[in-house]
Design a binder for this molecule. Structure first.
Ligand code: A2P
Length: 275
């Protein structure tokens, strides 16, 4: 038996249900809970699983004949040996009510094909790349800020993360701190990655929705940069539907054009998926 078949056989042993066709059955290697509503976890990576940093994939649990699958942005970079996800916990969520209980050693199903528009390929090169996120919308950027390709294409990376409460910012803060000491890309990141955070409910040093902070110029004042400009800025946006719509309107107002895999341009958007 080759290693993939062996792993599948092992996974079968731990579940009562057959692994659906077109799925990998992977083992949970770690779980970290950040708040009552947020957690991150890592699973083993199948050798044949290839993806571009910033893409999403469907994941589920082997707990039914026809398991529920939800789209999850991959939070780890494409070179990582494991696959990381950052998730909300929805009390009655068809998937997350179960997913939030996973432990190391459990099995998670992952469809074999990943896709998405929040990829470096969908943007043309420029001086600055703004990654604008709310809530779990930081996940694809957790992947992209760990990918050397992002630093090859852009001089400065500005990751903005806005949440209701301070503790919800912890995943991103931990990530950015760890990145600076990373043996692989720590040097690349030095002086080129800015992490801007704000909260909208709990008091913190910077408060306000990112839309407000873009509109009133406070974001650019805090960063010491000029307002959005098509010549030098590119933007990636990930959050709730309402947030995407509002940020997109501001970015378009600044004259930026939406890009895609087929036609790279100035900005791209993707919904932070909820399950
Ligand atoms: P607010 O607290 O003012 O609603 P959610 O958990 O609802 O997705 O929100 C995550 C973060 O995104 C919150 O800080 C929230 O602010 C903010 N947010 C929600 N809707 C929008 C929007 N339309 N534009 C910008 N930020 C938004």
């Amino acid at each position: 038996m080759d290693s993939a078949a062996l792993r599948e056989a092992e996974a079968e042993k731990t579940t009562e249900f057959p692994i659906p066709a077109g799925c990998f059955a992977e083992r949970v290697t770690s779980v970290k809970h950040y708040t009552d509503n947020l957690f991150a976890f890592r699973i083993t990576r199948p050798q044949s699983f290839r993806f571009r940093s910033g893409e999403f994939v469907m994941i589920g649990l082997p707990n039914a004949e026809k398991p529920v699958f939800r789209a999850y942005s991959i939070a780890s970079p494409s070179w990582d040996e494991e696959v990381e996800f950052f998730s909300i916990k929805v009390p009655d969520g068809p998937l997350t009510q179960h997913l939030q209980k996973i432990q190391p050693g459990d099995t998670v199903l992952m469809r074999q094909k990943s896709t998405g528009t929040l990829v470096n390929d969908a943007l043309t090169p420029a001086k600055n790349l703004y990654m604008i996120s709310t809530g779990t919308g930081i996940a694809p950027f957790a992947s992209l800020i760990r990918d050397p390709e992002t630093y090859e294409k852009f001089d400065n990376i500005i990751l903005t993360h806005t949440c209701r409460d301070v503790a919800e910012l912890d995943y991103g803060k931990e990530l950015v701190t760890a990145l600076k000491d990373d043996p692989l890309i720590g040097e690349l990141v030095e002086g080129r990655l800015t992490h801007f955070t704000s909260t909208t409910r709990e008091t913190s040093p910077v408060m306000g929705r990112i839309t407000t902070l873009i509109e009133n110029g406070e974001l650019f004042k805090a960063l010491g940069t000029e307002p959005l400009d098509r010549e030098q800025d590119r933007v990636m946006i990930c959050g709730s539907m309402a947030m995407l719509k509002d940020v997109k309107a501001l970015v378009e107002k600044a004259g930026l054009k939406e890009g895609s895999n087929a036609e790279p341009a100035d900005f791209v958007v993707e919904r932070a998926f909820v399950g």
